[in-house]
Design a protein around this ligand. Structure first.
Ligand code: LRY
Length: 244
């Protein structure tokens, strides 16, 4: 069933103190500085160097996984850090900042924005998205970016009070939802509803970025195409005769 968007359920906050933080990524390229557990780049110092390089290139902010990496990047930059904590909790498929406790840890480490799973999938401990968003606002005093997979999920997260909705999980939660590029369809739906939509996932070209902003994206987040040399190399190698 299609989600019935009902903006009147969205908590009303007049001029929240974090509007300046959100404004600083408005129209910008946020660079995701992450490295998987097996990556040779998986070290706080290396990720901090990647972030500083991205700032020199004009990044509007960073997306960073884990308190140690956030704490390593924080002293070297005043740009906003969108913090996440990837963690597989038993009995739940939710793995991007699954609990309020995870959000508290990444804000304590220096994150300016909390990104979390904004899908309706059951969360560990039975926590609810709208409650976590409310506590992050009231207790931690930072804005929330909800990572979602579909337009319906984005609208529901927006109505639950998320300040930003991001297409991060499009193509990753449903086996049949195979995607090769950015989730422009999700962006179109969320932008039309007046949500601040961040396009994240599979952005590889400047044309992708232009198309996002032409369609009303609030910001874009780019990871692999900037900070994962392994994938960048593989893409070029894939175009050689040797790769055939
Ligand atoms: C699905 C999921 O867990 N995405 C993660 C979210 O933090 C990261 O692994 C991605 O690299 C990030 O979203 C940026 O996307 P891309 O690397 O495609 O530019």
């Amino acid at each position: 069933m299609t989600y019935q968007h009902n903006a009147s359920t969205r908590p009303v906050r007049s001029d929240p103190p974090w509007e300046a933080t959100l404004a600083s990524i408005d129209g910008g390229v946020v660079v995701s500085c992450q490295a998987g557990p097996e990556s040779p780049l998986n070290s706080p110092g290396i990720l901090a160097a990647l972030a500083q390089s991205a700032e020199r290139g004009g990044a509007a902010g960073f997306r960073v996984d884990g308190p140690a990496n956030i704490a390593a990047i924080r002293p070297g930059s005043d740009l906003p850090i969108i913090g996440i904590r990837k963690r597989h909790a038993p009995g739940s498929d939710v793995y991007i900042t699954p609990t309020l406790g995870d959000a508290q840890e990444i804000v304590a480490a220096g994150a300016d924005i909390v990104a979390l799973d904004g899908t309706p999938r059951p969360r560990p401990g039975g926590e609810r998205l709208e409650t976590i968003v409310e506590r992050i606002h009231d207790d931690l005093r930072v804005p929330v970016m909800a990572d979602i997979a579909t337009g319906d999920e984005g609208l529901a997260a927006h109505d639950a009070g998320a300040d930003l909705v991001a297409t991060t999980l499009a193509g990753y939660t449903t086996p049949g939802d195979r995607r090769t590029g950015p989730a422009f369809d999700v962006l179109d739906r969320l932008a039309a509803a007046g949500a601040r939509c961040v396009v994240e996932g599979r952005i590889w070209t400047v044309e992708d970025v232009r198309r996002c902003f032409d369609a009303g994206a609030y910001a874009v987040v780019i990871g692999s195409a900037i900070t994962v040399p392994e994938f960048i190399t593989r893409r070029f190698v894939g175009a050689t005769r040797r790769a055939r």
